[in-house]
Design a protein around this ligand. Structure first.
Ligand code: FMN
Ligand code: SF4
Ligand code: SF4
Length: 264
């Protein structure tokens, strides 16, 4: 089973590749489990089941050198029959580096009595734009990361096939501090949806932001999007807007947009 969360599609691409490799006969994609909508909002109501020794691969983007809080909440609350006898792996996607994200994932699985095995990172185009100094990648860097993806996936498949149970990821500098200090600060102060606005002069009222939000957090009111409090900070609304009408305070002024290609 592949359980994945994505904002802008990078982690979906990686999850689909893993699903194609390990569950080739699963034509109905029963074993490709996307975390969105009700599954994210009410993780305790979800019931998953897996066979003994089955692979369970958790795929998600790295948020501030850690696991996205909505994914941690899902791990903490989902009812998962057989998970204690499954082989759990983690594959996170990142723009640059992931700190000690794997420690967090291992800790939360351990608390459920599940045994985490290997953890991997995959460099993908960056999506974080809500602070000074952070923007999407240049076209060259973006193309380079996407071109390196098949090779990286082969490395991960070969490690999983030989039962690798360690971590193979790009931690970057100050890894422990970033995950154990900055992550908490980011979570407390930089994940609020309230700075989101749609420019009324640009917004065409197409409703795409509201339809695509994985947390169902955007409602159209008087033909304009309104953000509620339940946000995963995935930035899908910002990046998918066809006319770049959405801003996050002043931080996104002049920043680019990114959407993972659908044909990779
Ligand atoms: C809120 C947020 C925080 C992020 N933090 C990091 C980070 O700490 N390190 C990093 O390398 N990339 C970071 N990124 C970039 C994403 O992890 C990366 O672009 C990822 O591939 C996006 O995946 P997705 O398209 O599945 O959402 C962040 C992105 C967002 C939206
Ligand atoms: S996606 Fe953009 S244009 Fe469409 S409703 Fe949302 S803000 Fe307006
Ligand atoms: S409001 Fe925007 S950033 Fe927040 S969860 Fe929805 S799409 Fe993602």
């Amino acid at each position: 089973m592949v359980i994945y969360f994505t904002g802008t599609g990078n982690s979906r691409i990686v999850a689909e590749k893993i699903h194609g490799r390990y569950f080739p006969d699963d034509a109905g994609k029963q074993k490709l489990y996307a975390l969105d909508g009700d599954r994210l909002l009410h993780p305790g109501r979800q019931l998953l089941e897996c066979a003994d020794n089955q692979l369970v691969i958790w795929v998600f983007p790295v948020y501030s050198w850690g696991v996205p809080p909505v994914v941690l909440r899902f791990i903490d609350k989902v009812r998962f029959k057989g998970a204690e006898r499954a082989r759990h792996y983690m594959v996170c996607t990142c723009g640059d580096d992931v700190g000690r994200t794997d420690d967090q994932w291992r800790h939360h699985l351990g608390r459920r009595g599940w045994t985490p095995r290997g953890a991997f990172s995959v460099a993908m185009p960056n999506t974080y734009v809500c602070m000074k100094g952070f923007d999407v990648d240049s076209p060259d860097i973006e193309a380079g990361k996407l071109a390196a993806l098949p090779g990286r996936m082969e490395e991960i498949f070969s490690a999983i096939d030989r039962g690798f149970a360690d971590s193979d990821l790009v931690r970057g500098s100050w890894a422990w501090w970033k995950t154990n200090l900055i992550y908490g600060l980011f979570r407390a102060f930089k994940m609020s949806p309230f700075p989101f606005r749609a420019d009324p002069d640009r917004c065409t009222s197409c409703g795409l932001c509201a339809r695509s939000c994985p947390m169902l957090n955007i409602k159209m009111k008087d033909r304009h999007p309104q953000w509620g409090p339940a946000c995963a900070m995935c930035l899908r609304c910002y990046h998918y807007c066809p006319v770049n009408a959405i801003s996050y305070g002043k931080e996104t002024q002049g920043k680019g947009q990114y959407r993972a290609p659908s044909d990779l």
